[in-house]
Design a protein around this ligand. Structure first.
Ligand code: SAH
Length: 410
């Protein structure tokens, strides 16, 4: 019978016997755990030698003697000679030192688990009987995949004294366009503070006792003011909770993520940011528009369509090598188009308006500077939408023969 034990090797002496490939793999693992490794082998494989050179490993270049085991908490033997390994394991047994015997088909008094690390947990698989590293590895991989999906209960049940905030970029909407790290942090969260945009599906998969606060709207349809959101983040973290601030797209692209980070830092709350797929890139992409394209668009200008039409935006619109990407721009479209026309931007410059990108209701209106306002009105274009202006917004740039479902062409 085997009991799995979580052992801390940090600062403890581990003696490794043998200098081949098995040693190389395990040496890396022991070193990353902070073990003090003494290595005994007449010669080293290239991989082991590289680690010995790069890290401070004490190497004794000869065959092992029993006296080499002195002071070890753990011994790992992988000499390639089963008789030597068995001999070392027996010597460890007499000295009450746990020993991993890596000889084919053997187990020492200890065995290393196939491990996967996720945040602050380690999941390990060991075999309780015969040696079967491939099975252990495959099981470990299967568990790791479930953890990545966010489908295992990673949430701490015992509160810690130290809460924290993670600003997670959720991408443009579909739950499989959020990062693996974002998914894991959501699975660990006690409180999720979410917006209207972004992957709202993942919220329904959370544990029922996770508190979800929607700051995108509240009675009267007014979003919660930013300073109240900042205060919420800080208050929950200071109460010892793991807080995920889930945002559409990327937290640092028109997401006021910078202000939230600053508020947390000012309050002494640990905070980290997980990037997300921003709609600046991913929503045009969903309509088949590459925002840069060799020969058509060499650079990109991103603008908030609610803001005034600045000189830099008019210069970008006038430059036929620049793609202009407008977020939050539906209401401001008439003003932007009028300013562009007044600034002498060619009337036939392509414009594409992509609504609800990456959702089943995605729709693209293909138009021009001159016709954009009429076409958008006729189509009833609404937020959320990304407006792309420039050569790359020409319908059929990449796929001339394909009519895209739900597309409108004018
Ligand atoms: N941080 C976000 C942007 C927030 S501003 C990001 O990086 O994507 C909100 C604007 O993003 C919307 O007005 C719209 O212009 C755009 N947007 C976000 N998701 C979108 C989607 N799925 N389809 C179309 N536009 C989207």
């Amino acid at each position: 019978m085997t009991t799995m034990l979580g052992v801390s090797l940090t600062g403890r002496t581990v003696v490794m016997v043998g200098g081949g490939d098995v040693t190389a793999r395990r040496l890396e693992r022991f070193l990353s755990e902070g073990a003090l490794v003494r290595l005994i082998a007449p010669e080293l494989s290239g991989a082991v030698a590289a680690l010995v050179d790069a890290q401070r490993v004490e190497w004794i270049p000869r065959r092992a003697r029993r006296s080499d085991l002195a002071g070890a908490w753990l011994v790992h033997t992988a000499t390639g000679d089963p008789r030597v390994d068995t001999d070392i394991a027996a010597a460890c047994e007499r000295r009450r030192i746990l020993c991993v015997n890596a000889s084919d088909g053997a187990h020492g008094s200890a065995r290393l688990a196939a491990e996967t690390h996720a945040g602050d947990v380690v999941v390990g698989v060991v075999s309780d009987a015969g040696v079967d590293p491939r099975r252990a590895g495959r099981l470990r991989d299967a568990v790791a995949a479930l953890i990545r999906d966010g489908s295992l209960p990673l949430r701490r049940q015992r509160p810690t004294r130290s809460g924290r905030v993670d600003l997670v970029g959720g991408g443009p909407g579909p739950s499989d366009l959020i990062t693996v790290r974002g998914r894991r942090l959501l699975a660990e969260a006690d409180v999720v503070i979410a917006d209207r945009l972004g992957p709202t599906d993942v919220l329904s998969e959370l544990d029922p006792d996770v508190e979800v606060i929607d700051v995108g709207k509240r009675p009267g349809h007014h979003p919660v003011p930013q300073d109240e959101i900042n205060a919420l983040l800080v208050a929950h973290a200071q109460a010892g909770r793991r807080v995920v601030r889930l945002k559409g797209g990327d937290p640092f692209v028109y997401g006021r993520g910078g202000e939230e980070v600053a508020a947390c830092l000012a309050a002494g709350v640990p905070v980290e940011v997980v990037p997300g797929l921003t709609s600046v890139v991913s929503v045009p992409q969903a309509a088949g528009i590459p925002i840069t394209h060799r020969g058509s668009a060499a650079s990109v200008h991103v603008v908030n369509g609610q803001a005034d039409t600045s000189e830099s935006t008019l210069a970008a619109l006038a430059d036929d090598t620049v793609t202009t990407v407008v977020l939050m721009g539906v209401a401001g479209l008439p003003r932007l188009m009028a300013a562009a026309a007044a600034a002498g931007v060619p009337a036939d410059r392509p414009v594409a308006i992509i609504e609800r990108g990456h959702t089943p209701d995605q729709r693209t209106t293909w138009t021009t500077i001159a016709a954009a306002v009429d076409d958008a009105t006729a189509a009833g274009v609404r937020n959320p939408a990304v407006i792309v202006i420039g050569e790359v917004a020409r319908a059929g740039l990449l796929l001339p023969d394909r009519e895209m479902a739900g597309d409108r062409r004018h």
